[in-house]
Design a protein around this ligand. Sequence first.
Ligand code: TGC
Ligand code: FAD
Length: 397
Amino acid sequence: MTATRPARQRVALDVDDLYGIDELLTPDERLVRNTVRAFLGDRALPAIAEHFEQGTFPRELVGGLAELGLLGMHLHGYGCAGASAVAYGVACEELEACDSGLRSFVSVQGSLAMSAIHFFGSEAQKERFLPELAAGRAIGCFALTEPDAGSDPAVMRTRARRDDGDWVINGTKMWITNGSIADVAVVWAATDEGIRAFLVERSARDFSTRDIHDKLSLRASVTSELAFDSVRVSDEARLPEATSLGAALACLNEARYGIAWGAMGAARSCFDTALAYSRERHAFGKPIAAFQMTQQKLVDMATAIVQGRLMAHRLGTLKDAGGLHPVQVSVAKRANVRAALDVARTSRTILGANGLTLQYPVSRHMANLETVLTYEGTEEVHTLIVGRALTGLDAFS
Ligand code: TGC
Ligand code: FAD
């Protein structure tokens, strides 16, 4: 018996979406992508390199980001959009394709400050703060890291002690995104009962901030030191359900999730720039895209972006199904940020000297991604989290 061969079908290849990832998105998710992309193309992209150069955050965009429903986008109720995790991821990809500073603003506002209040706050705290934060009328920050406690926040020195039914907070937080522009800070502090979180409002007495201006990365973002010199807050300012460091780590999961998507946006921006440039730039009598080594770089980058975007999408569908494990988030945060940084560096080589300027986005993304590799758990921390899960052995200390 002879087997009949199936008829050969010609399948069209979309070189802008090699693996048809768009087809994995729902119409609503595509609408989010298109709307966010159009908003950023119009309102953010034209000025973002200038903001990076000047070291300023484009605060004028906050109202527009809020109108698009991007602040606390994945949260339900209290004025939040209640979008799917995938839709939120798609938005993060678009934001970071513009600049990591914008994705970071949205991450800190929604995934960290608002999630902390949503997950661990009292009803009164949720009703008071979440609608304001979702509408962009108030800005939030999340203060966990300290000068001497970054990867290991459990050794934090900031302390809150009970005093006459109130709490008195002393200590310093460092590297806090949105710090000096925040109306409310979610502050993690050690107490006699364990680690707790407090909502400290900008107007609190003896609370001060100082911006860090000499960053060479994430320049279009506010990063601050926060100082608490016997700051008194009432017990109503404590997040009642945050009863250990695990609560802070649960918020970090949310932000790390967005980074897994966002990093692919930065990578895509670099790749698109390098591909276009390689077709136009000539050397030795032909476009540099015609050299084998350039093609190898382009193919490696395109493949890494397909892999990273597929991983981010799978992470999103797991999150939407309610079955996401923190270790899965670590796998994707670590892999996608590393991949994006490699793509940025390789894109820069294709652009030669021009790639080193702010005329093109690649060095800006490359510098930003050094921060992204470090914050929300360094590459090494995520390696150890995943290594511990695989081996059952803790290699942290
Ligand atoms: P460990 O023993 O691992 O866990 C303590 C308790 O926490 C639970 N837990 C988690 N829960 C939810 N999500 C997670 N990802 C969790 N990881 C751990 C865990 O189950 C346990 O619960 P229980 O009930 O058994 O007590 O804790 P550890 O102290 O050994 O943690 C180690 C380590 C290194 C993993 C952790 O400290 C860590 O992740 N360090 C990195 C710190 C970090 O990422 N900082 C980020 C600061 S915020 C920031 O950077 C914002 S950047 C701006 C932006 O996002 O754009
Ligand atoms: P360290 O913890 O001192 O680590 C230094 C090096 O040692 C790293 O390479 C690290 O991986 C390595 N290392 C540490 N422990 C181990 C180990 N056990 N094994 C192997 N290697 C190890 N924090 C907030 O709380 N809120 C924010 O909004 C915020 N925004 C930020 C914005 C920017 C621009 C930056 C740069 C940081 C921000 N951070 C924020 C802080 C960030 O989370 C920390 O920088 C990060 O957690 C790492 O801490 P660290 O810088 O103190 O490095």
